[in-house]
Design a protein around this ligand. Structure first.
Ligand code: GLN
Length: 401
């Protein structure tokens, strides 16, 4: 209070505010590429295939369930960990899908989004000086989340062009300070997925250590070509040392709901909740009641892979008329294209030019490398209406390099 009073006095005498210096905790961080590119899309009236979100409606039935919950008076704080009925239904889902029993009371917490779940898990586990193995390209929140906790990212590039994990290299990077390994499958931005062999390698790396795993599985159901999602939830021995993060927005076409959850062992979750309770405390109650009910509709998530795969295939077909060369995409919202040999410019320059001159917004993949490594690859989000994809490609076929 006293401070405010003296600030006011200063303002009255000198007519300007006193300057204060913020000692940035994230001095190297700018505005996230998703915000930058979405703004560019608006500015140039471009088709936005940059930031990952669907442009079609979510299920009206699910919306009605939220409406019903609100009208039924479910408008006060939910329990800190989430509505018990929702956690029970999620535990049933985990048992059905992955054959693993989790305790809904102690092993799961509902969060405002997958990114929040990841941040909370990292903040729960990391001490200053801890090392975290991060594979690049990496989703852009990971490294700032590690650094803000005083920990050190140990960066390992995925093997281009299939973006697989170089396990032999991983083994050489493990040190007594390694606290955690971050994995992400299906992978953003590349659409690569982990296979059984990766899980086996991971198991060997962490065996007889105290290393934790953070598994970002927000694209759990967006997996194609009949491939099985290698969730950490399938492997109780690994789950014991893991935080597994999920997104409701990705599964139900409602990214703006910012709803997710985290599953871990009960001892880890106890610590996770200590961080969570003093951040947002609890998540939006009516959405939780609605999801608990909507989870009974198993097709909504079981049919998602084939539904989104059709979009990937349609987009790839259309893109054959352009000079860009597709890389593999086995999951997620994303399809990467190489422009090697097509233009000399950097991926960032190309992404700006595509927005400005051609009216199509993408994401340059170098944005996901801390050293801005440029493999001449741009990321497209294909989880859009067919007409949106057609409009984008009609513009891209005019691209002349
Ligand atoms: N996950 C989304 C993507 O990769 C973006 C989320 C966000 O904008 N924060 O495009």
């Amino acid at each position: 209070m006293e401070n405010h009073g003296s600030e006011l006095l200063y303002y009255l005498i000198f007519g300007k505010r006193p300057k204060v210096n913020i000692n940035s905790k994230l001095p190297h961080v700018g505005t996230t590429v998703f915000t930058v590119m979405s703004q560019m899309a608006i500015e140039h009236n471009a088709v936005n295939l940059g930031q990952g979100f669907p442009d079609f409606d979510m299920s009206p039935e699910f919306v009605e369930l939220v409406d019903k919950a609100m009208r039924n008076g479910l408008n006060q704080y939910a329990p800190m960990a989430g509505l018990p009925i929702l956690r029970e239904r999620l535990a049933e889902k985990v048992l059905n899908l992955y054959d693993t029993e989790i305790n809904p009371g102690t092993d799961i917490t509902i969060t405002p989004g997958g990114t929040y779940a990841i941040y909370t898990a990292l903040t729960t586990i990391l001490q200053p000086g801890d090392e975290v193995i991060v594979f690049e390209p990496a989703y852009d929140s990971y490294i700032p989340n590690i650094e803000i906790n005083g920990a050190i990212p140990v960066l390992i590039p995925l093997q281009f062009p299939d973006y697989s994990i170089p396990w032999d290299l991983v083994k050489t990077k493990i040190s007594p300070r390694t606290k955690l390994i971050m994995i992400n499958s299906p992978h953003n931005p590349t659409g690569s997925v982990l296979r059984k062999n990766d899980i086996e390698q991971l198991r060997q790396v962490v065996k007889d250590t105290n290393i934790f795993i953070l598994s970002d599985e927000v694209y759990e159901h967006l997996i194609f070509d009949g491939i099985q999602h290698e969730s950490i939830l399938r492997y109780p021995d690994l789950l014991e040392r893991s935080f597994v993060c999920f997104s409701v927005g990705k599964t139900y076409h409602c990214t703006g709901w910012k709803m997710g959850y985290c599953i871990s062992s009960s001892s880890s979750m106890k610590e996770f909740r200590k961080v969570h309770q003093f951040n947002c405390f609890s998540f939006h109650t009516p959405s939780q009641a609605a999801l608990a009910e909507y989870l009974q509709n198993k097709d909504a998530y079981l049919q998602l892979g084939p539904f989104v795969q059709k979009k990937r295939d349609y987009f790839r077909e259309l893109m054959k008329a352009t000079p860009f060369k597709p890389l593999n995409s086995f999951g997620s919202y994303f399809q990467c294209y190489s422009f090697e040999g097509i233009t000399e410019e950097s991926d960032k320059e190309l992404a700006v030019r595509l927005s400005k001159d051609y009216g199509v917004t993408t994401i340059p993949v170098s944005a996901f490398y801390s050293n801005a490594k440029d493999d001449k690859v741009i990321r497209f989000c294909f989880c859009k209406k067919e007409e949106t994809l057609e409009k984008a490609v009609e513009r891209l076929v005019k691209f002349k390099g």
